[in-house]
Each structure stands twice: as structure tokens, then as C-alpha cells.
Ligand binder design. Structure first.
Ligand code: MAN
Ligand code: CA
Length: 272
């Protein structure tokens, strides 16, 4: 063994053969230390699991305008319209057939009738003047288009005054406007009086004055300054003084009063 190279080789062969023996006799017998050749390609791996969902993409661009929709159902019937203007007057119709011939007249003393009717007209006219005289001069009645106003010169308490007017077919006077108030005022002055009851009271609720026809005070009132003041605590009735102003007074006061009367009843003129 003089060749060291050979000695080393023999030692290596011995070493690997020993290892080969230990690893159950694998045939590794080479005289080099180079690695073995590349093995065969491995089998194809199993299929991987599904990936995670991707991030949400950006907002898409606006789509095209949709197609025209289908024709809708018939709507509900509309409200009935307002009444139209009155139509023009129609043309005149043709004349009807002639009527039957009248019965023969009786002989009449027309001159005599005419004379009687003429005399009646004169009498009616005289009667009218007499009524006017009694009405205006004797009684001092005042009137508007619709009503008469009459002062009754009989001193009475409010309640009895109202009864008296009703017995005469009227009621206590209710001045509801300036014109009527002035008319009653002139009546009081002409009669030389200072005060009269009118048909106004607050007997049902203090301070809430009502006319005797149960209507409340309207736009017009004729209160004196400072009235109504319920001064005597029980001033529940109303007087009109000769200036036309109103004052609440006690109903038990005994004074003259004014009645009013409708000229028409149920649309018919009963007196003029
Ligand atoms: C005065 C006033 C009136 C009141 C009468 C009562 O005139 O106070 O309001 O009604 O007295 O007599
Ligand atoms: Ca008073």
C-alpha cells in the first residue's frame, strides 16, 4: 500500500459498503462521491380549495333608458262638473188654435156701475186720508217699510208692557239699526216723553242682552256712555231716553213703552 490515493479509495469503498450493509443491503456501489441522477417526476397534487371572494368592484355606469311601459288601466270616473250657464231663450212657438166663441153677453146698465165704482174710489181715498190722520196725528205712529212703532202712554212694568204690546198684536219695539232707533227717538220727543221701555233685557244671563224675539244684540247698539252698568244690581231691562240712548234699568220700573207691529203677515200686507 504505497499508493495513498488508492488507499483512500479502498477506505471509502469499505465505508460505503459498511453503510450499505447497515441500510439492508442497498446496492450502492460506486467508486465516486457524486450525487445520484434526478428522480422521476412526482404525481400531480390534489386540487386546491376554492379561493376567497374578490373585493367589490367600482359602481357601474348608468344603464340605458328603459323601454316605454305598458298602457295603464282606465282611471276612475271624474267628479261631476259645475252647473253650466243658462241656455239662451228659445224661439217663440207658433200660435195655438183659436179658442171657442164666447157666450153672448147680458144687457148691462154700464153707466150706472161706472158711477158706483167712481164713488167707491172717492170714498176709499177719503178713508185713506182719515186713517193717515188717526195714525200720524192722533196716535203718532211711526213706520218703516216693514213695521209700525207706537208709543203706549200707559205706565207699566216691563213684563206688563210686553204683555200689553202682545195683546195688541205686536211686541215691544226692538231697534236693531240706526234708522229704527232714530224713528223711535223722534216718537218719544214728539210725545214730550223722557223715557220708554224697549224690547231688550238680560234677565237670562247678566250682561248678555237679548231682544224679546230671542235674538242677541247685533252690529248696532245705542248704549249711553257707561251703560249698561247694572247700577241697581237688578237692572235687567232697557229704557230708551229722548236722545235715543239706551240705559239698563230695573224691570219693576213703571214707565211708558213702545210697541212694534208687522205690516205684513205671511207675505200679505194687512195694513198700510
Ligand atoms: C243713573 C245711572 C244709570 C242707572 C240709573 C238708575 O242714571 O247710574 O246707569 O241705571 O241711575 O236710576
Ligand atoms: Ca244703568
Amino acid at each position: 500500500m504505497e499508493n495513498p490515493k488508492l488507499t483512500r479509495c479502498l477506505l471509502l469503498v469499505l465505508f460505503f459498503s459498511l453503510i450499505s450493509t447497515v441500510t439492508q443491503g442497498t446496492e450502492v456501489c460506486s467508486n465516486t462521491i457524486l450525487p445520484g441522477s434526478k428522480g422521476d417526476q412526482g404525481e400531480k397534487g390534489d386540487e386546491g380549495e376554492g379561493g376567497k371572494p374578490g373585493k367589490m368592484g367600482p359602481i357601474g355606469s348608468k344603464g340605458l333608458k328603459g323601454e316605454l311601459g305598458n298602457h295603464g288601466d282606465v282611471g276612475m270616473m271624474g267628479k261631476i262638473g259645475p252647473v253650466g250657464d243658462k241656455g239662451d231663450k228659445g224661439l217663440k212657438g207658433s200660435d195655438g188654435p183659436a179658442g171657442f166663441k164666447g157666450k153672448p153677453g147680458t144687457t148691462c146698465d154700464c153707466g150706472r156701475y161706472r158711477k158706483v165704482v167712481g164713488q167707491m174710489d172717492v170714498n176709499i181715498s177719503k178713508l185713506r186720508n182719515s186713517v193717515k190722520f188717526v195714525k200720524n196725528v192722533i196716535l203718532g205712529i211711526k213706520e218703516t217699510e216693514e213695521k209700525f212703532y207706537l208709543i203706549i202712554k200707559e205706565a207699566k212694568k216691563y213684563k206688563d208692557a210686553l204683555t200689553n204690546c202682545r195683546l195688541r198684536g205686536g211686541t215691544l219695539a226692538m231697534p236693531k239699526d240706526e234708522e229704527t232707533n232714530l224713528l223711535i227717538t223722534s216718537s218719544i220727543s214728539q210725545a214730550g216723553l223722557s223715557r220708554v221701555f224697549i224690547g231688550l233685557h238680560d234677565s237670562d244671563k247678566e250682561g248678555q242682552f237679548m231682544y224679546v224675539d230671542n235674538t242677541p244684540l247685533q252690529n248696532f247698539t245705542g248704549w249711553s256712555p257707561g251703560e249698561p252698568n247694572n247700577a241697581a244690581v237688578n237692572e235687567n231691562c232697557v229704557e230708551m231716553v229722548n236722545t235715543g240712548s239706551w240705559n239698563d234699568v230695573e224691570c219693576d220700573l213703571t214707565i211708558y213703552f213702545v210697541c212694534e207691529f208687522w205690516k205684513k203677515r205671511r207675505g200679505t200686507v194687512i195694513i198700510q
